[in-house]
Design a protein around this ligand. Sequence first.
Ligand code: ADP
Ligand code: MG
Ligand code: MG
Length: 205
Amino acid sequence: MDTDVFVAWFEEAARLVRQDRDRLTELDAAIGDADHGTNLDRGLSEVCKALAGTPPETPAQVLTVAGVTLIRRVGGASGPLYGSVFRQMGKVLESPVTLAGFSVAFEGGVVAVERLGKAALGDKTMVDALAPASRALALAVKDGATVREALDQAARAAAEGATATIPLQARKGRASYLGERSVGHEDPGAASAALIMAALASVAA
Ligand code: ADP
Ligand code: MG
Ligand code: MG
């Protein structure tokens, strides 16, 4: 997994989020403040601009630029939360990036967002997509899967995790203010996390 793959990851994530921007914003309209699609669309296009402006030399640099840009440029909760995932990954990822190294870095990124957001699995947040993706990735590494298989499994776990937020009651973020009324809607951050993992699976294949 070289530097180009990581740049392509953010380009593809930006493309998928732009394509689904209105759906993400509608999900946020139901249980939040109707800005998740626009927040993340803007944030990821800023990331792409930053990556194009100063081409990074290593995968870790790509992740650090992405993390810092999202923290600085996205007003909503999701900017600092996603930013912390990527910035943490950038701190530990060593080149050349192996699947096992990526898996460990991703796990650390998920721990960082859980700490920052004080969110756990089942709280109906992006963690509900990211944590299952991380677990799937670690299992795939243990099973000796190829990069393609491992990232496909991670993307599938993220998508399933996002869908599984529908019946949950939100315990963190804006949606938690709704109490029981948050039940029956997919969490927007979990939905976008599934797109971000799908982007990685499609570029690294
Ligand atoms: P805001 O809620 O500030 O408008 P966004 O709409 O961009 O920000 O992002 C909302 C998403 O952020 C939620 O759907 C949820 O997935 C995620 N989120 C919010 N608060 C937390 C938290 N404390 N921990 C983890 N994720 C959170
Ligand atoms: Mg919002
Ligand atoms: Mg907002």
